[in-house]
Design a protein around this ligand. Structure first.
Ligand SMILES: [Zn+2]
Ligand SMILES: [Zn+2]
Length: 557
């Protein structure tokens, strides 16, 4: 590992021209965690320490410290959130540099110790100081830090650093892991809290690259649907998850989704996921009002009274589970412990695009499938945040190198910002142009008007859109497709070619209202005189207000 940091480190050399620099010790391209050293003028700030092995960090500073001077690697440390890829190196860091101050949000400061559950409590001192949300704190002369809730996980924050000289101010924002949508147990990052900041540097995560995700509720419904089907087929479901975040989200989903409420079913929670639930219970007052309200009427997690029952698993219970059941456990647990002889069929569901991998040996014991329940912003969310902040420099971290390369090759970003995707050990210099003009955000947003009248929704669009040459193709067939992308509803014109394409597989339909499930559609033609599509050839995913559900089985997608 240590030879990866071969680039000369000039923070203390006093000869660099720019006031701002970023030296990454970890960028989480794979599973190594995030750890970034920022220099702003004379100040050095360490953002996160998710390194499993901090020896590169320690060696560099202990060796390079001039005699008699403080060997601290930074003036202080700010932690974005409690997930291991951002925090697991902190305890070792604290032990190596006991005088190094470490700060995080109040919730994060309380969740951090879950990263060292295998260590004796006396080995894990509380070394982290809590910072208030949304309150600028002056840490050093001219250096102010502010933390802003970032969605993703309770306590997760984006970190805004402002360094002010006589001439000007320099602003850097580190998103940590962020999510624009609300999840069940944490509200999303609110863009309006960040608008108007004159930002110079944005360090942003790119976990999902440029990929687009369906609306969060769709993701939830698809997952609930799959679990429901498994239980109906008397198949138990195993959900390996991290200690914090996804597991608790899944529990809330299972407790409140109509497929499961009132159902005579046991949901077992095992190992550190259960400890994570206990930690959430201690933080109830920091959770969204809807969750606090829920918890006034019934326990948030442990509940044997209300169905489905949510119970903590004891080690001796595994052999006599009543089947089918649902089990949430650590992603590192030995899954074969659960699927013992005589316990029926098992389905293991693994979250997509995470570091949770299921060992091949298990595929003999159970069916393994994946699902998406995103905890990070998708590609459109990432670019949306960047365009809202309009920084001079964007540094991408936290994501596979290919995903990050997808982002850095986006023209809409290349044309406007200096993009960086450094490897660990590569110093990023961040010269800030004095006469730099804030790049204009892409001019793709126009305002229209929406009128709802009975079952008909009319969208009135401005001339700027209908005068565009692309409009003719868009409106060509008179049919549009609407689709959720994150929180946005995306409209797309269907082309003639698509209308004729009979084998479109962009949807799974069974419960969509569309020509494919309408009783008036036969042989891809509309036979309903009341429909504007009457007598026309239709695409199966088309829709008109005269839709009537086909009571027979809907066509397979
Ligand atoms: Zn995270
Ligand atoms: Zn992360």
């Amino acid at each position: 590992m240590s030879d990866r940091l071969s680039v000369s480190f000039r923070f203390d050399a006093g000869e660099t021209a720019s006031e701002l620099e970023c030296l990454p010790f970890g960028v989480h391209h794979d599973d190594e965690g995030v750890c970034l050293l920022i220099r702003m003028g004379p100040h050095r700030i360490l953002l996160d320490c998710g390194l499993a092995d901090i020896s590169t960090l320690v060696n560099r500073f202990q060796k390079s410290a001039p005699r008699g001077s403080s060997p601290l690697p930074a003036d202080f440390v700010l932690v974005s959130h409690a997930h291991p890829d951002h925090a697991r190196g902190l305890l070792a860091l604290h032990k190596a540099f006991p005088l190094l101050p470490i700060y995080a949000s109040e919730v994060t400061s309380k969740l951090l110790s879950l990263n060292w559950q295998e260590q004796a409590p006396q080995e894990v001192p509380s070394f982290c100081q809590a910072l208030p949300l949304r309150s600028p704190v002056e840490f050093k002369d001219g250096l102010v830090a502010e933390i802003i809730p970032a969605g993703h996980l309770p306590g997760a924050v984006a970190i805004l650093l402002t360094y002010t000289t006589k001439e000007r101010s320099y602003r850097l924002l580190y998103t940590g892991d962020f999510f624009l949508s609300n999840s069940r147990l944490v509200e999303g990052l609110r863009l309006e809290e960040l608008r108007g900041i004159e930002l110079d540097v944005l360090i942003i995560e790119g976990s999902y690259g440029t990929s687009r995700h369906p609306h969060r509720r769709t993701q939830e419904n698809q997952l609930a649907e799959r679990i429901n089907r498994a239980i109906a087929e008397r198949c138990s479901v195993l959900l390996p998850t991290p200690t914090l975040g996804l597991g608790q989200e899944l529990l809330m989903l299972l407790r409140s989704h109509h497929h499961f409420t009132g159902r005579d079913l046991d949901i077992w929670v095992d190992r550190s996921v259960a400890v994570g639930c206990d930690a959430y219970l201690e933080l109830l007052s920091h959770l969204p009002p809807s969750v606090q309200n829920f918890a006034r009427h019934q326990p948030l997690f442990w509940d044997e009274r209300i169905r489905p029952r949510v119970r903590r698993m004891q080690p001796q219970q595994i052999p006599d589970l009543s089947s089918p059941c649902i089990i949430l456990t650590d992603s590192t647990a030995d899954l074969s412990e659960y699927c013992q002889k005589g316990t029926g069929y098992w389905l293991t569901l693994v979250p997509e695009k995470t570091n949770i991998k299921i060992h091949d040996q298990y595929s003999r014991l159970m069916t393994v499938e994946t699902y998406l329940l995103a905890q990070h912003s998708d590609g459109p969310g990432t670019t949306k945040l960047i365009h809202n902040l309009r920084p001079q420099h964007v540094i991408f971290v936290h994501g596979s190198p290919t995903y990050l390369a997808d982002l850095t090759s986006l023209e809409e970003l290349q044309n406007r910002y200096h993009l960086h995707s450094p490897a660990a050990g590569t110093l990023v210099e961040l010269p800030i142009g004095e006469t730099f003009l804030q790049p204009a955000a892409p001019e793709t947003n126009y305002e229209g008007e929406l009128t709802e009248l009975g079952t008909v929704v009319t969208i009135t669009l401005p001339d700027a859109i209908t005068a565009d040459p692309r409009w003719r193709h868009f409106a060509d067939t008179g049919l549009i497709e609407a689709r959720w992308q994150g929180e946005d509803l995306v409209l797309r014109g269907l082309s003639q070619r698509e209308l004729l394409n009979q084998n479109s597989d962009r949807f799974t339909w069974s419960d969509l209202e569309c020509c494919g499930t309408c009783r008036h559609q036969r042989g891809q033609r509309c036979w309903n005189p009341a429909s504007p599509l009457y007598n026309f050839k239709v695409t199966l995913e088309g829709y008109c207000p005269a839709f009537e559900r086909n009571i027979e089985k809907s066509p397979e997608s």
